[in-house]
Design a protein around this ligand. Structure first.
Ligand code: HEM
Ligand code: HEM
Length: 180
């Protein structure tokens, strides 16, 4: 992995993926909550949207992780206290883990219930877990609790980004903003 230490910003591709995925993931969290709180006709459309966008985000997260290993990241400001640097690194690792595990758990959860996993356009995915009702219940809980953990982590991350941009004004927010 390169350390990207000569750069002060993420590459244009990294920034594009960051913001596209931020919109996608926030939409997914709200669509997920809407899903479990509706019994109306919109359920079917919401579910197919949730599954399709979730699988697209899984592919993008893997591409993004590969780019992260190739292009690295700009260094954090040298005067940032060590505990804050550690918190930044750990929270980014947590975000990557959730971006990859949430869609996989959703996919496995439907597989364990032997539901057909059909996306927009009739694309049908294979099962990735054996049919098992205990496993299905366990994965359902995991998808739900991790969904709320994801929400909490994104909010903390948003607050940290604004703290860097508005309070510390140390260039960290600029490193992820669009533009030249
Ligand atoms: C970034 C990816 C994803 C995120 C952030 C996400 C988030 C969520 C959230 C927050 C919920 C509501 C949980 C609750 O309130 O109990 C949910 C429900 C659900 N998700 Fe996901 N999800 C993702 C990917 C997927 C994928 C890829 C699938 C399937 C292929 C999937 C299938 C489901 C199903 C079936 C439900 C429950 C629907 C119900 O019981 O009525 N999710 N999701
Ligand atoms: C669902 C929403 C979001 C997710 C999943 C997410 C995820 C991530 C991840 C994984 C990184 C680390 C990049 C890397 O090292 O490869 C990152 C960096 C960053 N994000 Fe987000 N992000 C989200 C929303 C936001 C929002 C709303 C802001 C606005 C303040 C923001 C501001 C930043 C900044 C400034 C960085 C650079 C931090 C640094 O260099 O240490 N993000 N984001």
């Amino acid at each position: 992995m390169t350390d990207g230490s000569k750069r002060i910003r993420f590459t244009a591709v990294q920034r594009l993926l960051h913001w596209l995925m931020a919109i996608g993931i926030l939409s997914m969290l709200f669509i997920g909550v809407a899903l479990v709180s509706t019994i109306g006709r919109q359920y079917v459309a919401l579910l197919v949207t949730h599954k399709t966008l979730g699988i697209i985000l899984l592919i993008l997260a893997l591409v993004r992780l590969a780019i992260r290993f190739i292009s690295g990241a700009p260094p954090l400001p040298a005067d940032l206290p060590e505990p804050m640097k550690l918190a930044a690194r750990l929270s980014h690792v947590g975000l990557y883990i959730l971006m990859i595990s949430m869609p996989l758990i959703g996919w496995a959860m439907l597989s364990a219930a032997a539901y057909p996993i059909v996306l927009v356009g009739g694309v049908r995915l294979p099962a990735i877990a054996p049919q098992n009702s205990t496993l299905h219940a366990w994965l359902w809980d995991a998808h739900s609790y991790l969904g709320f953990a994801f929400f909490a982590l994104v909010l903390m991350h948003l607050a940290a980004g604004l703290f860097h941009g508005l309070v510390r004004r140390d260039g960290v927010l600029q490193s992820m903003l669009p533009g030249r």
